[in-house]
Design a protein around this ligand. Structure first.
Ligand SMILES: Cc1ncc(C[n+]2csc(CCOP(=O)(O)OP(=O)(O)O)c2C)c(N)n1
Ligand SMILES: [Mg+2]
Length: 120
């Protein structure tokens, strides 16, 4: 999001998409896999990325229906190419958790080299 302000200031038109599921989903998934579903600091209920975008001088668009995704993208790209306008499209998403990047991300590591045996 911080780069949006630079884009506006320096006249570098871009179209950015935020997939807004009101959570740090990847971190919540780790809390499912490794912390017995003890959820901490993963919920993000209050921010409006389109609102932040507008405050930074770009366009901000909220999309909450699937059929609006294509037209919103087309219009943003048109403005980007023809009018040098930067747009943030905020797509409201459902909250199911995806697969983790790595299932062993937070698991205790196996140390194969003697010099690392102390690091458990
Ligand atoms: C600069 C940086 N900080 C922290 C992380 C660790 N990290 C990986 S995924 C993630 C949360 C992603 O949440 P979000 O962008 O809302 O995507 P979601 O998983 O909800 O689809 C974090 C903090 C990272 N990859 N990069
Ligand atoms: Mg998220």
């Amino acid at each position: 999001m911080m780069e949006i302000m630079t884009c506006v200031r320096e006249d570098i038109p871009v179209t950015a998409v935020v997939f807004h599921n009101r959570q740090w989903g990847a971190e919540k998934k780790n809390q499912v896999e490794f912390y017995n579903r003890r959820f901490v600091a993963g919920e993000l209920e209050n921010q409006s990325f389109a609102g932040i975008a507008k405050a930074m001088g770009s366009e901000g668009v909220v999309v909450d229906k699937l059929e609006d995704v294509g037209p919103a993208l087309k219009e943003a790209i048109r403005k980007q190419m023809e009018e040098r306008v930067t747009t943030v499209i905020e797509i409201m998403c459902t909250r199911e958790l995806g697969d983790p990047f790595r299932r062993d991300a937070l698991a205790k590591p196996t140390r194969y080299l003697d010099k690392y045996k102390d690091f458990v």
